[in-house]
Ligand binder design. Sequence first.
Ligand code: SAM
Length: 293
Amino acid sequence: MEKLSNPQKTIEIIKKYEFAFQKKFGQNFLIDSHVLDKIIAAAGITKEDCVVEIGPGIGTLTQYLAETAGEVVAVEIDRMLIPILEETLADYSNVTVINQDILKVDLEALVREHNGGRPVKVVANLPYYITTPIIMGLFERHVPVSSITVMVQKEVAERMKAAPGTKDYGALSLAVQYFAMPYIAANVPPNCFMPRPKVGSAVIRLTRHEAPPVQVEQEEMMFKIIRASFNQRRKTLVNGLKNSPEIPYSREEVLEALQKMGLPESIRGEALTLQEFAQLTNRLSSPDTWEQP
Ligand code: SAM
């Protein structure tokens, strides 16, 4: 079949099935073959790969994935798209479409069934309303994934990649960089989609670290500390932690830990590196270990 990245083909399919775009599902379909080539290149897909696609839409990116990967499993929430996908992907025997909400899929079971539990690559033009829960869900649930290559809102890509002390740096930067190495492969303008989104987009690849870049005994507590530090951006780190119901440490304990790390009382969360958040968490959660010579 002719490629759906040809806008005329996309229009033809949409008319044939009288498909109505659903804003609530973040439906902005790609109609630019150069962008699709860039996504495939950035993800480094080969015939050895099993790819999980989130939100295949009418199958535009899925066609490219089916031609380059060994196997593709595509999870789509909108049941109106299922008969369309049956037609647009009919030529590919290596694609399985699952009609489900990605946030409810047992991804570990899916990876076990389709790739014997070996790491898969996730590739998607994501629905923007759930970008963060999708990405953090994959990392925090420790789903076997070697990389995630996704189209996201440009601002979100910049936040994922941001360094300490910059305006975009925050809880998302730290969470993503704890699990993976981010690389922005392309900026994509609204006219590459149908319908056009109101925001600019970017393709970002997150290559999962084999081992975390920092040692932290209580990973969950570190993320609570990170969230609390950025909740009130203009407050000092000490006050941010003091005001958070998730943090069980007193102002004095936090001050003491900061002092021992050689950091000033007035420091804000945005100045701390991932390494420093890990150290702070370790000091707070097991102070005795740190007192020993
Ligand atoms: N991959 C297609 C493309 O590039 O043209 C469509 C991308 S569109 C931005 C996002 C897709 O994700 C839509 O098909 C939408 O229905 C689907 N979607 C939205 N929420 C979803 C969810 N919770 N689980 C699975 N798919 C979802």
